[in-house]
Design a protein around this ligand. Structure first.
Ligand code: HSE
Length: 403
């Protein structure tokens, strides 16, 4: 029997208990041993819930119990999760977590401790919820040099953008609907400003490139400025607006960015809608590969966490090598990265001339919206675009294009 402790009995924590119970027999078969949930750490009590008999309020009970071999951390946030996880690893307990803030900030250090202790720090659920992506990057795509990862990594924003496109509604109306349906938090900032996707692409980039990518270095734009009009233009162009989190290796430079992008209908992420996530990767020998599924939610996330616990049980005294050095990867300034840009500008008599003078070649887009001009530029670096955009007044919004 392998004893487990669960830190946090919130949405994902209760999902973990449910998954362990629902699939107990097959999980134990796959783990090669019985997984026994011995403790659940939470500040609260749950009278009437069978979990109450496992509830402890003091972490010392867990971290000092030599019977506990695996700790599942699903509390979220950096502290006290970091302190608890580090103590668990130092005491020889493998840790499985869904906590992207923790992994993005301290992943390299926690992996190093796990390596030194010959145990495991596993974090499949921290990116893409139930979609297997960490293990494939770490164990399956090992013959490749990964030169691109682009993902729709946030279910909330993908739901909002999909609903805006389907129903022609504006951002605020759809955000409210998403909050009512439980797809968006009451404080939606981390999702709609792109911070959540930023931490997730930092984790994927660190794994893909084998070095620490600091999320603070990643250029991040959210979706709050996307309007119903932007979506009308996108439709006119046969495109969809998606919040893409992307990192690419171009020659010997690494670029990473989170931003809303108008993707062409031929793009593999074009059809990923509603709360679904998908991650597209390109390897130098494999070519393209894509992972799609439920990127959030109680049971999909719990499924990934429990799968990590099974893996930890199968490798109790054996570290699974993970290639993520704490040496910082210097990202290149995005001013050198190249794209086409879609631009909307208030129309008046001189605007068309101004636009032509500044941008030389543009493709005009008529989405039937009066009082403005919409156009697409040729391929420009971010710096070239910014310099040209400065020469014209009245820009309403601009969105990058990806084919
Ligand atoms: N708010 C996140 C999302 C939850 O919508 O994807 C999963 O990390």
């Amino acid at each position: 029997m392998i004893n487990i402790a669960l830190l946090g009995y919130g949405t994902v924590g209760s999902g973990v208990v449910e998954v362990l119970k629902t699939n107990q027999v097959s999980i134990n078969k796959k783990a090669g041993d019985e997984l026994n949930l011995k403790y659940v750490l939470d500040l609260r009590d749950f009278p009437g819930d069978p979990i109450q008999e496992k509830i402890v309020h003091d972490y010392e009970v867990i971290v000092n119990d030599p019977e506990i071999k695996i700790v599942i951390e699903v509390m979220g946030g950096v502290e006290p999760a970091y302190t608890f996880v580090k103590q668990a690893l130092m005491n020889g307990k493998s840790v499985c977590t869904s906590n992207k803030e923790l992994v993005a900030k301290h992943g390299a250090e926690l992996l190093q401790i796990a390596k030194e202790k010959n145990i495991n720090f596993l974090f499949e659920a921290s990116v893409g919820g139930g979609i297997p992506i960490i293990r494939p990057l770490n164990s399956s795509l090992t013959a490749d040099e990964i030169d691109e990862i682009t993902g729709i990594l946030n279910g909330t924003t993908n739901y909002i953008l999909s609903k805006m496109a389907d129903e022609g509604l504006d951002f605020d109306t759809v955000l409210k609907d998403a909050q009512e349906k439980g797809y968006a938090e009451r404080n939606p900032e981390a999702d709609v400003e792109g911070y959540d996707a930023c931490r997730k692409i930092a984790i994927l980039s660190s794994l893909a490139f084998g070095q620490q990518v600091d999320y603070e270095d990643i250029y991040t734009e959210g979706i709050t400025k996307i309007s119903a009009e932007d979506i009308r233009y996108a439709k006119k162009m046969g495109r969809a607006i998606k919040l893409l989190a992307s990192s690419k290796k171009v020659d010997n430079s690494f670029y990473a960015m989170v931003a809303p992008v108008m993707v062409a209908s031929t793009h593999p992420l074009y059809s990923v809608n509603n709360v679904f996530n998908a991650i597209f990767a390109h390897g130098n020998v494999l070519g393209d590969v894509m992972f799609y599924g439920s990127g959030a939610g109680k049971l999909p996330t719990a499924s990934a966490v429990v799968a990590d616990a099974v893996d930890a049980a199968k490798h109790l005294d054996q570290n699974i090598v993970t290639f993520w050095s704490s040496n910082k990867l210097e990202l290149s300034d995005i001013k050198n990265s190249k794209k086409r840009f879609f631009v909307r500008i208030h129309d008046d008599e001189v605007k068309a001339e101004e636009v032509e003078k500044a941008f030389e070649y543009v493709e005009l887009i008529d989405a039937g919206i009066v009082g403005e001009i919409g156009f697409v530029t040729e391929v420009l670096t971010e710096a070239e675009f910014a310099a040209k955009a400065e020469q014209v007044e009245g820009i309403i919004n601009y969105i990058r294009l990806e084919d």
